[in-house]
Design a protein around this ligand. Structure first.
Ligand code: 5AD
Ligand code: SF4
Length: 461
């Protein structure tokens, strides 16, 4: 079900909070860990804070409201967030009015919330990822009654529409189209912390995109844990076509896709709207051995994956591909790992994001036998990059001396020279020089050098 902010009392909570907060010039600071979904959620949190009357702070030290938007996907991300959280104990001593909140995926885990309740008394609230609209209420209780609020286990499976995002970029916009995941890959905590899949109404998404393009946005990133299983009145390929048909000079990206939902219909839409839909696909492989893929519950084989890669390359010439790999999944033998390396050599991805398997409480893989020692995992990770790094470099070589369209993201002075940074439609990072370059605009760049994973060039008029 789709609810609006009014029906869940968000507006009232914001109004009440504003009545207490405005005029005192209080400031907020938001930390974001993890994926782009969290980046998008943080933009909503910032907007809610501003609606409550908080102003943005340059750093957490000068803030009266600090919110950590967290990730639970690997142990490392959790440890980083917990140690950061600990540092606010002394700030709270100096400023007893400081309100600290921990939200996002970690706040959906019972053991973490219990620990915070018992051992982090300076934390005023927690809110699981699908309950972020209740942050104003929690802040209000903290500010007016010094009460602690823990919002967990309350996800009703609804989507709350109407919370606007305080967008960090004027030319790139993230648009969430679906939330949650039903796939239950055996290693992954996401279905437990973000709940079941739910898709936004296509009409709400399309009007949001229309507004963004009208406002000058040049890149729309459609987001979802499992973006291509989007399903409301229409399915993902149809949604993509409708957005691509909007008038304007802009590019559409989407992530993250599951191979099982990467259909010919989707690839055909990418081909049909090749000027609008970026020739780039992030297609997580996770492992190259069919035995491990099955233990991971990925529901495809290496053969099927390779078919998708071939279809993408045949229909969209020049497409760039990236993937995710997990090394050291329980039971992964040396032979299984060699099959992963083999798949990297066959598929020749432009970019690979590889991770050591991290056991997550409550997932099926955590209970499997055959857990692998960290030393073996880290050895496999380095061997993986020994194979992949030269491939990534070689995949960039055809760009040399070519002209590419780049969306300009930023500029900085280096050794007295102004260096611009942007991305090609194929998502390659480009550093370049040039006159009359404007941030947020498309520009043509001639590539003169390949440096590691990046392209170096000069803007051309
Ligand atoms: N351990 C290591 N990597 C993981 N990922 C998801 N869960 C885990 C885990 N438990 C990786 C997958 C996914 C990416 C976002 O994070 O490769 O695609
Ligand atoms: Fe996790 Fe698998 Fe869902 Fe991706 S598809 S969020 S890896 S369970």
């Amino acid at each position: 079900m789709i609810l609006d902010t009014k029906s869940v009392g968000v507006c009232d909570a914001i109004e009440n909070a504003r009545a207490h907060i405005t005029g005192r010039n209080l400031r907020y600071y938001v930390y974001t860990f993890g994926c782009q979904q969290n980046e998008a959620d943080s933009e909503k949190i910032r907007q809610m804070a501003e609606n409550m009357g908080y102003l943005s702070a340059d750093c957490s030290e000068s803030a009266d409201l600090v919110i950590l938007n967290t990730c639970a996907i690997r142990e490392h991300a959790q440890m980083k967030a917990m140690s950061l959280l600990g540092t606010f104990k002394s700030q709270k001593k100096k400023n007893p009015n400081l309100v600290v909140g921990l939200v996002g995926c970690m706040a959906a885990k019972d053991e973490i919330v219990k620990n915070i309740k018992a051992k982090f008394p300076f934390v005023s609230f927690t809110a699981e990822p699908n309950m972020l609209h209740r942050i104003p209420e929690a802040v209000l209780s903290a500010v007016t009654e010094a009460e602690r609020t823990f919002i967990i286990g309350e996800d009703s499976g609804n989507i709350v529409e109407g919370i606007t995002q305080k967008r960090t970029s004027a030319h790139k916009a993230m648009v969430s189209i679906m939330y949650g995941c039903n796939n239950f890959c055996t290693y992954c905590v996401v279905p437990y912390v973000r709940g079941r899949e739910r898709s936004r109404d296509s009409s709400a998404i399309i009007s949001e995109c229309k507004e963004l393009v009208r406002g000058g946005v040049k890149e729309i990133m459609l987001l979802g844990q499992n973006v291509n299983s989007y399903s409301s009145d229409i399915k993902f390929p149809e949604l993509l076509s409708r957005i691509a048909e909007l008038e304007g000079d802009f590019i559409i990206r989407f992530m993250t896709s599951h191979p099982k939902d990467t259909t010919s219909a989707l690839i055909d839409v990418m081909k049909k709207y090749s000027g609008k839909v970026a020739p780039y696909f992030h297609l997580p492989l996770q492992a190259g051995s069919n035995r491990i893929l099955s233990r991971m519950n990925r529901t495809y084989t290496r053969e099927r994956f390779w078919e998708i890669v071939q279809e993408l390359r045949e229909k969209i010439p020049g497409i760039s591909l990236s993937t995710d790999i997990i090394v050291g999944f329980p039971g992964e033998s040396e032979e299984d790992f060699l099959e992963t390396l083999d798949m990297l050599k066959i598929c020749r991805f432009d970019l690979v994001y590889a991770f050591m398997y991290s056991s997550r409480v409550g997932t099926a893989a955590a209970k499997m036998d055959g857990h692998i020692a960290d030393t073996v995992k880290s050895d496999r990770l380095s061997r993986l990059f020994e194979i992949q790094d030269p491939i990534s470099y070689e995949k960039n070589l055809p760009y040399l001396d070519s002209y590419v369209r780049v969306l300009v993201d930023s500029a900085e002075e280096r050794d007295g020279e102004r260096i611009y940074t942007g991305r090609t439609d194929t998502n390659k990072l480009v550093h370049f020089t040039g006159d009359a370059v404007s941030i947020g605009e498309f520009i043509s760049v001639k590539i003169k050098k390949i440096c590691g994973f990046d392209l170096i060039g000069d803007a051309v008029k």
